[in-house]
Design a protein around this ligand. Structure first.
Ligand SMILES: Nc1ncnc2c1ncn2[C@@H]1O[C@H](COP(=O)(O)OP(=O)(O)OP(=O)(O)O)[C@@H](O)[C@H]1O
Ligand SMILES: [Mg+2]
Length: 252
């Protein structure tokens, strides 16, 4: 498998607490992997390791495209849950999306990238608005556009739709799947919503335990493109959901 990430024996200590231990997995290029698990289990911690923001213990071996992760890898973009705090209120939508490109690309190329990214998330007509003029779902789409503008090889997403209502969440899931299909970007998506994890992903990694490890890896045998009604009623979706529920709640 052409891999994006390989983690062998990942161990992370935060203060005196061992949060992750013996965490091993691979993520293929162009794969959509969901990371699931209870609140506090260590999902964000794992994502921060992949983003190069936390250094694991020395025996851990975490690689991005074959090289050990040491600091934020080139080609990896992060999307956080808290969209309202991650956008600069005094900048327009376009200027927010442009931010990470400043100093890296010439102006004309930045403009092209910003227009492309806003188009991808359906906000081309809101480029000149300020973030506070947008709904929560739109603000989260701006954050996604900002991550996409650098044309990343990998998107790391930490419960990006957690704060949204169910209908907006469904819309954004579908938009993300469109972007995923159009760009071939690898996506690592943290969520504690079981249905969301299964709906979006090729594979679900369930973290459990204290310290946490990968308790199960569940492949979602559901064809793409996926749609909210047909996919959620399909045998592949239901089988994967069943399996995730079993891992989390036991079989009794
Ligand atoms: N900066 C920190 N200082 C101390 N402990 C921390 C810190 N960050 C995380 N932890 C601890 O690490 C563990 C895992 O936290 P983490 O944020 O990774 O969980 P999570 O699975 O993302 O939870 P949630 O679903 O609530 O976001 C928790 O026990 C938490 O208390
Ligand atoms: Mg978290």
């Amino acid at each position: 498998m052409d891999t994006s990430y390989e983690s062998r024996n990942l161990r992370v200590e935060v203060g005196s607490r061992v949060v992750l231990d013996g965490v091993s997995f691979e993520i293929g290029r162009g794969e959509f992997v969901a990371i699931m698990g209870r609140s506090g289990v260590g999902k964000t911690t794992l994502l921060r390791v992949l983003a190069g923001l936390i250094e694991p213990s020395s025996a851990s071996d975490v690689r991005f495209q074959g090289d050990p992760v040491a600091g934020p890898p080139e080609g990896v973009s992060l999307v956080f849950q808290d969209y309202s705090n991650s956008l600069l209120p005094w900048r327009t939508v376009a200027k927010n999306v442009e931010l990470p490109l400043e100093g890296r690309l010439v102006k004309a190329e930045r403009r092209t990238r910003v227009a492309e990214a806003l188009e991808m998330v359906g906000l081309a007509d809101r480029a000149d608005d300020r973030p506070f003029e947008l709904s929560g779902g739109m603000q989260q789409r701006v954050q996604l556009a900002r991550a996409l503008a650098s044309r990343p090889a990998v998107l790391l997403m930490d419960e990006p739709f957690g704060a949204l209502d169910a209908l907006t969440k469904a819309d954004l899931e579908d938009q993300l799947l469109d972007v995923f299909a159009a760009t071939g970007t690898t996506v690592v998506f943290v969520t504690h919503d079981i249905e969301e994890a299964v709906y979006l992903s090729d594979r679900v990694l369930v973290l459990d335990g204290a310290p946490a490890r990968v308790e199960a890896e569940i492949t979602v045998e559901s064809p793409r493109p996926r749609t909210q009604i047909r996919t959620r009623e399909s045998p592949g979706f239901l089988a994967a959901r069943h399996r995730v529920l079993e891992v989390i709640f036991g079989t009794s």
